[in-house]
Design a protein around this ligand. Sequence first.
Ligand code: 2U9
Length: 338
Amino acid sequence: MIDEVKERALSELSLINDAKELEAWRVRYLGRKGEVSKIMKMLPNLPVDERREVGRKANELKEILEEKFEEKRREIRKPKFEPIDITLPGRPPLLGRLHPTTKILREICEVFASMGFEIVEGPEVEWDYYNFEALNIPEDHPARDMWSTLWIDYEDPSGKTPMLLRTHTSPMQIRVMEKRKPPIRVIMPGKVYRYEATDATHESMFYQVEGLAVDEGITMADLKGTLYEFSRRLFGKERRVKFRCDYFPFVEPGVEVAIDCFICRGEGCRLCGGSGWIEILGAGMVHPEVLRRVGYDPEVYTGFAFGMGIERIPMLRYGIDDIRLFYSNDIRFLRQMR
Ligand code: 2U9
């Protein structure tokens, strides 16, 4: 009989889908005069040995029906559609931003790509040969002091030169020249490493873009024309550009390139340190010794090269006063980018 009540109750319940019917069902089965109560009231009339078994089953029935009742009640109460308040303002989607280094790097690449330069990348762990020797910076030469180097503790079994983290992207230019024949027009963006105490203007890792053009008949005029164009495309077409002598072992002559300050236009202000000029890059005609080493005849081929540190540019443009902010992974820094 208990089983029959259970089956009936559950099959009726399965057809119910409103609160009124559900309440009637509850009264019918779980109410004071309901089916379960009726069974309970019968218990004292049963023989003692049957009473126990029937009592247990009756309690079980009661529990199951109560549980199923609750389940159904929750189901009925749940709205069929999530209510939405269409007057609430929408949640703005979270937009990613470009890191200032990435943004400027892309701008630089675009300018040179439009002038016919190809973008190449290369290894950050290098041989001493490519980072120094081939660039006319011999071992024990004082010129090496220009680059505080992070050495890699590795000795190549073939007796190759020591390994290091590249201190500039120049080694890649040697690799390109070894692999190809002129005409060459490439730029190489990438990370470089220096063994240096960090401060507001120095980091042990930073980005560089270097460029190289080698062909027959390339002159200083090509260098100047290219870098004039670059400076104006990046910093404004009204910029004045100044070339001054400088020294790098891998170029001869070497120059330092400065633009008139884009804040004070040369008057002298805080940004340019009062001089009216801002240094943006270094450059020069590729040293004949460097060409000879990669098997190019310097009597036939000439070239120009340039190099710049990237972070300096967004620092000037966005007024960022500490280079350490770039790679400390503080999201508040990136959120300020447009
Ligand atoms: C080859 C031949 C010549 C690359 C050059 C510079 C001048 C230069 C510095 C600017 C700031 C590096 O980031 S920085 O510290 N670079 O001033 N770089 S000429 O000349 C080369 C490179 C490769 C084969």
